[in-house]
Design a protein around this ligand. Structure first.
Ligand code: ZN
Ligand code: ZN
Length: 270
């Protein structure tokens, strides 16, 4: 009904004459819940991944079913699926290289649905997806975030930040901290990106590691807060883990006690 009224070319005073009695009638005769249900029928939501009409905010049933949660057994250092749960909990590669990170947790595998959500979030100015992504990431966040951990998003280089206008990892970290009442542990400016690396996209693992070498530094003013603290890095996607590994080295070198990481999606395959 409101849509029909919106299409009419009416003066705002005339619109109020029509809408006011309708709103008053609804408010007097229906509960807030009923009005909310009516509004959802008039203005249905769209699936955050495929734009199908849905009743409530979030994903349609089809996309929801296609989202692939990361399940055990996986290497706790790099999220690579393991053929079976071995005693060490690590893949062969991590046993050989001993990554400095304590643990990485990923909520979902990188597939068509998680990729669509992340691309829309990052490149289509869909900041409202922060709520959905943080909700999906929350169980993993609660599982890995220590009682005193500093929550540190992977930073963007200032020039990339100016292009995108926001840092997707920082928005996720902010929302996760505010929803768990630990705003004081959210540290968006402790880790800085001093090297504007090219898009790592399809770069091979060794080239990625070389490209991100020396990419991060610690904000000198914030350094005292870091000494002896556990840190939890937040990123949207982890591919080879080179970025997380370089950020971990930077934090440990500056005096952090230990570093873990969490991401929304992992591209690691068997
Ligand atoms: Zn969908
Ligand atoms: Zn591994």
């Amino acid at each position: 009904m409101v849509k029909v009224i919106n299409k009419l070319t009416l003066k705002s005073s005339d619109r109020n004459i029509i809408l006011d009695p309708i709103c008053t009638h609804l408010a007097h005769n229906f509960s807030a819940e009923k009005i909310s249900q009516l509004l959802k029928l008039i203005f249905p939501a769209l699936c955050a991944s495929c734009d199908t009409y849905i009743y409530d905010q979030g994903l349609c049933a089809d996309c929801w079913q296609k989202l692939e949660p990361v399940t055990e057994p996986v290497c706790y250092k790099c999220i690579r699926p393991l053929p079976y749960q071995n005693i060490t909990g690590c893949c062969e590669g991590c046993l050989l290289t001993s990554p400095k990170i304590e643990k990485i947790v990923a909520a979902y595998r990188y597939n068509d649905i998680s990729r669509s959500l992340i691309l829309r979030f990052k490149y289509a100015d869909r900041l409202e997806l922060t709520h959905l992504l943080a909700r999906l990431l929350m169980p993993a966040f609660k599982q890995i975030c220590g009682p005193d951990s500093l929550v540190i998003p992977i930073p963007l280089h200032p020039s990339r930040y100016r292009e995108r206008k926001f840092n997707q990892s920082s928005e996720l970290a902010r929302k996760l901290c505010s929803d768990t009442n630990i705003n004081h542990r959210f540290q968006p400016s402790l880790l800085e990106r001093k090297k504007n690396t090219k898009h790592l996209g399809k770069m091979p693992r060794t080239q990625r590691a070389k490209t991100v070498k020396g990419a991060f530094s610690i904000n000198a003013k914030m350094n005292p807060y870091l000494i002896g603290k556990s840190c939890l890095l937040i990123d949207d996607v982890i591919t080879t883990g080179s970025t997380i590994s370089e950020a971990t080295k930077t934090l440990l070198k500056a005096g952090a006690f230990g570093v873990s990481a969490i991401c929304f999606a992992s591209t690691q395959k068997k």
